[in-house]
Design a protein around this ligand. Structure first.
Ligand SMILES: [Zn+2]
Ligand SMILES: [Zn+2]
Length: 257
């Protein structure tokens, strides 16, 4: 069985875990090593069992723990070529040992055990941002987070996916009426910002996603509310779904406390 888990999502740290028992990978690493291990333990794993890491983009909530993990565990860290070339300072700051860095082009397929993994472009205000897709004999998993708008290509990928991790960052009304300064509200709503609940639900409907598991992730703690999104999704999503609260763990074993 391909285990999958949301180890955490949102502005305080993101990491996704996948393992078929032979190969174990992490998508993003926004936690300290202690915290990562604490979360992996819930799913019967640890950082010492990881085989590779794949990074969506270099914003700290997704990448700040990559360096410390890489220095402790000699495994390849995959990043989109542009994420390295166009964020030289942020990339250097992570301190990933050079020999472990694997530069990946969009669409290039990485084979790891039974997994075939590739990335696709996302529209976000960190150059070289991507989403990741894992093709496994048992499941097709798609991670689509931190983007201001979706594309036809992403809809086609989601249509074929059996598991979808999808950003639903903010409720439009909560953002509008909330405390953020106007310029930040504008940034979040922009095409290089984040997906709203409505954007996410529209994406699910338009893509024709018909998988077994849909996780709504990266909810803003200020501009969203998991119960509100649950209510919004109920009328519009026909597949099983979970709304991931910040600081909780989700996955094939259900929500851990
Ligand atoms: Zn983020
Ligand atoms: Zn981001």
């Amino acid at each position: 069985m391909l285990k999958r888990a949301v180890l955490g999502s949102g502005s305080s740290g993101n990491a996704y875990y996948m393992s078929d028992g032979e190969t174990s990978i992490l998508l993003d690493q926004g936690f300290s090593l202690v915290e990562l291990n604490r979360r992996l333990e819930r799913f019967g794993s640890s950082a010492s069992q990881l085989d590779a890491v794949f990074v969506t983009h270099l914003h700290p909530d997704h990448a700040k723990g990559v360096g410390i993990l890489a220095r402790n565990r000699d495994i390849p860290i995959h990043l989109h070529t542009k994420a390295i070339a166009r964020n030289a300072r942020e990339f250097a700051f992570l301190g990933i040992p050079q020999k472990q860095v694997v530069e990946v082009e969009v669409g290039e397929v990485i084979r790891l055990g039974a997994m075939r993994i590739f990335c696709f472009t996302t529209s976000h205000d960190s150059p070289g941002s991507v989403g990741w897709y894992i093709d496994h004999p048992e499941e097709r998993v798609m991670l689509l987070t931190d983007l201001g708008k979706t594309t036809e290509e992403q809809k086609e990928l989601a249509q074929r996916a059996s598991v979808l991790f999808l950003e639903a960052n903010y409720d439009e009304k909560m953002l509008e009426e909330g405390p953020y300064p106007r310029i930040l509200k504008h940034r979040i709503r922009s095409v290089e910002g984040h997906l709203s609940n409505d954007d996410a639900l529209t994406f699910v409907q338009e893509s024709g996603f018909a998988g077994n598991e849909l996780y709504f992730v990266h909810l803003s703690s200020t501009n969203n509310d998991h119960r509100l999104l649950e209510g919004q999704a109920k009328g519009r999503v026909s597949t099983p779904f979970v709304v991931c609260e910040k600081n909780r763990w989700y996955g094939t074993i259900g929500a851990a406390q």
